[in-house]
Design a protein around this ligand. Sequence first.
Ligand code: NAD
Length: 293
Amino acid sequence: MTLLDGKKTSEAIQQEIAAEVAEIKASGGKVPHLAAILVGNDGGSVTYVNNKVLACERIGFGSTLIRYEDTISEEELLIKIKELNLNDEIDGFIVQLPLPKHIDTEKVLEAVDPQKDVDGFHPINVGRMVAGLPAYLPATPAGILQLLERYQIETRGKHCVVIGRSNIVGSPMSILMSKCAYPGDATVTLCHRNTVDLPHYTRQADIIIAAVGKPGLITADMVKEGAVVIDVGTTRVPDATKKSGYKLKGDVDFDAVAPKCSFITPVPGGVGPLTIAMLMKNTLRAAKSEVYA
Ligand code: NAD
């Protein structure tokens, strides 16, 4: 069994990006700049956004963090997005989700200029991804592709079972794994909360990608010998021994499942760290006008 080390892979990707930024700087080019809008004070969101800003600093990007109270109106937020769309200094920006209930998330995501949509959530980028055109890929599925590629995991003709159908992970993951590409070219089954007899599907899987948010959902009896298991789930469970008061649990019963696997991601330290690296990669692509030339 090989552990898929997301932390190490993420560091390698970020070092590659940093080297490119250093070259851009040396040749007098424009340094990539990422902006992030954070609404409210949700603990998870604050941590995620701070980590994104720190990553920018580490690899030499410019960054701007724009914070609002959760009482901000939808209109005010949309005005800010229009401003960022027009600001030539900003190559890409993200609106950290979730947004407060009084704000229409779809409307906000659609207001972002697709050329600056480095989260890859705008319907135009989603459509381009489905059509196989150059697009910003959502960071988590793109990170999983990187893991599969850098560990040279065979995917062609394999049966890949994706569990969870969210717009940010499960659904794009299923599309990308079915593309005629590497990594990809797999036969894909997409399971969700209304799938009848989930173990029936997972037991056939050469590759399982679980993106649900239910600790322990995937047990050893659901996994075929030699399978590749990618655990996207990150659920906070109380843990008095941790300074934060919680620990992160994946969807996979790691201790029991790992001995059966050829490859498996740990939680934490698996898929999570790659998400930031891929956001940085999208920002670099935006600065280089690689997607929308
Ligand atoms: P979500 O929370 O929007 O939806 C969960 C999905 O799981 C739904 O599609 C639902 O149909 C499916 N589901 C629920 N119960 C199920 C069951 N019993 N059997 C099969 N399917 C079931 O999904 P999300 O936003 O993609 O998040 C999923 C998990 O991934 C969460 O734990 C989240 O924290 C984590 N996540 C991690 C990262 C990362 O970078 N590591 C990024 C995004 C999400």
